[in-house]
Design a protein around this ligand. Structure first.
Ligand code: MN
Length: 255
């Protein structure tokens, strides 16, 4: 089986798609208003570069938040999941799992505050079949196209950021009534930009983490994935006790 897989990747009948945002100081991060603490940007701190500090070697320390760039949210990230798994405990069956893609990029292009509703997912299921048991729902909004422009990515005005997300009822339904292991998005977080004012606030975080499910953010190139049939490979750092981790996220796609 594995030889077949390697043969398929080499022949091109299976393609590996990198869904990860490159990590650098300019990588967009979530910015919370006062009085809340904020996460760190990604930063390299050079230790030596073939010089007096290390004549034959180049290396850096890295400085980063757990929730910087493309990253995995673990259940213990949210108070509703405080007794749940940390990021080092993410099941391997979650880290390598089927993924489906729901595309609402047309709606998000017209309305930055567009919210995914239960009926949208129901419509998708009517066309493509049930959501995958233990798999990922990836929510395509086209937002990744803004990923190299921090201001456009945040899309904030005096009322805060305006980015697409999930309606509270849909978040609740995805968490409690569907068999998915988690939700992946193109935006800086799984919740809509205006979700601090929702009831409950930040419903994707509240509901998904509370149900022991995971989040994936700042995904790119979801347009290269089919609606069904991809396999996601999610590689967070196994930070013991951590609430999340930057992650390399790859998708295996047939054809
Ligand atoms: Mn996060």
């Amino acid at each position: 089986m594995l030889a077949t897989l390697i043969g398929a990747t080499r022949s091109g009948s299976v393609t590996v798609v990198d869904l990860t945002t490159p990590l650098q100081e300019s990588t967009p991060i979530l910015e919370l208003p006062p009085p809340f603490a904020n996460t760190s940007r990604f930063r390299l701190e050079e230790l030596s570069r073939y010089d007096d500090r290390g004549p034959a070697w180049y290396w850096n320390d890295i400085h980063t938040g757990e929730h910087t760039g493309t990253h995995l949210d673990a259940p213990n990230h949210w108070v509703t999941g405080r007794d749940g798994l940390d990021v080092s405990q993410a099941p391997l069956s979650t880290l390598v799992a089927p993924a489906v893609v729901i595309d609402r990029s047309a709606e998000a292009a017209d309305d930055a505050d567009f919210l995914l509703q239960v009926e949208h997912v129901r419509d998708w299921e009517a066309e493509h079949g049930p959501l995958p048991d233990g798999g990922w729902l990836l929510y395509r909004t086209g937002w990744a196209a803004r990923g190299n422009d921090a201001a456009a990515f945040a899309n904030a005005d005096e009322r805060g950021p305006h980015t697409p997300g999930v309606a509270p009822e849909c978040a609740r339904w995805l968490a409690r009534e569907t068999p998915i292991c988690g939700l992946g998005v193109e935006t800086v977080g799984t919740d809509a930009g205006q979700a601090s004012g929702f009831e409950p606030a930040f419903p994707c975080h509240s509901e998904l983490m509370g149900a022991g499910k995971f989040g994936l953010t700042s995904l790119r190139d979801l347009d290269r994935l089919p609606p069904t049939g991809a396999v996601l490979v999610v590689c967070p750092l196994p930070i013991v006790g951590g609430s999340g981790s930057p992650a390399r996220v790859l998708a295996l796609v047939e054809g």
